[in-house]
Design a protein around this ligand. Structure first.
Ligand code: MD3
Ligand code: FE
Length: 202
C-alpha cells in the first residue's frame, strides 16, 4: 500500500499507507473515541497549556500537568479510556509485525498554529517496543534530531495517510511538530490534523 518507505534518522515513513477510504473510516472511529473521552489541552510540567489537544484510547492514556508527564488509567473526567479501534489495531499489527497489542493510542489534534516542541518519548517502561504513528488531515512539518539534546535536526512533511514506525536506534531521538499547513487536506471537514501514536506502556 502507498509508496516505498522513506527512512529519516532511523524513523521509517510509509507515505500514503492508508488510502482515502481507510482514512475516512479511521476518522469516524476517532470521533467515537473523542465522544467518549473528550479532547483536552494538557498543561506541561512548567504549567503552560499545550497548543495540541489530546485524548487517548486503550488501557492507558497519556497525561500531563504540573506533576509531570505520565500515563493514567482514566480520562480526567473519571471515565475509562475507550478501547483502541479495530481499524487502528489492524495497522499496528500489519506494520510492526508485533504480536502484543499497544496499551495506548494517543490522539493528538492540531488546529492551525498548534505545535509540539522537540522532546523524547520516555514515559514507557521498555524502549524495546516500537512506536507507530498515523497522520490524518492537514500536513505537518515533522522535525527529527538525535538522542542527545541540541544536535542537528532534519525535517520532513507528514501527510494524511502516512504511517511512521519508530524502533531500535530511533526510539529515543528528539522529535517534534513545527507547524501545520492549514487547508492542505480535505479529510477533516473543519480542517486540522489528527495524529495517532500507538505505544506499549508497561
Ligand atoms: C520519533 N507526536 O505524541 S508522531 C507524541 O505528530 C509525538 O503528533 C507527533 O511526538 C505528532 O509524542 C509525532 C511521530 C513520532 C512518534 C513517536 C516518536 C515520532 C517519533 C518516538 C521517537 C522518535
Ligand atoms: Fe513524541
Amino acid at each position: 500500500m502507498g509508496e516505498a518507505p522513506v527512512f529519516l534518522r532511523g524513523v521509517e515513513i510509509r507515505p500514503g499507507y492508508l488510502d482515502r477510504a481507510a482514512q475516512e473510516e479511521m476518522v469516524e472511529d476517532i470521533r467515537d473515541v473523542a465522544r467518549a473521552a473528550p479532547l483536552f489541552s494538557p498543561e506541561t510540567r512548567f504549567g503552560k497549556k499545550m497548543s495540541v489537544q489530546m485524548t487517548s484510547a486503550g488501557t492507558y492514556g497519556w497525561y500531563s500537568d504540573r506533576r509531570g508527564y505520565r500515563y493514567e488509567r482514566r480520562h480526567p473526567s473519571g471515565v475509562d479510556w475507550p478501547p483502541i479501534p479495530a481499524s487502528v489495531l489492524a495497522v499496528w499489527h500489519a506494520v510492526t509485525g508485533v504480536e502484543r497489542a499497544p496499551d495506548c493510542c494517543l490522539v493528538n489534534f492540531y488546529r492551525e498554529g498548534a505545535r509540539m516542541g522537540l522532546h523524547q518519548d520516555r514515559d514507557e517502561a521498555d524502549f524495546g517496543w516500537p512506536v507507530l504513528s498515523i497522520s490524518l488531515g492537514d500536513s505537518a512539518l515533522f522535525r527529527i534530531g538525535s538522542v542527545e539534546r541540541g544536535g542537528k535536526t532534519e525535517s520532513v512533511w507528514l501527510n494524511s495517510g502516512d504511517v511512521c514506525v519508530i524502533g531500535g536506534e530511533a526510539r529515543l531521538v528528539h522529535h517534534g511538530i513545527d507547524r501545520i499547513r492549514a487547508g492542505s487536506s480535505t479529510l477533516l471537514a473543519d480542517g486540522g490534523r489528527i495524529n495517532l501514536t500507538l505505544r506499549v506502556v508497561d
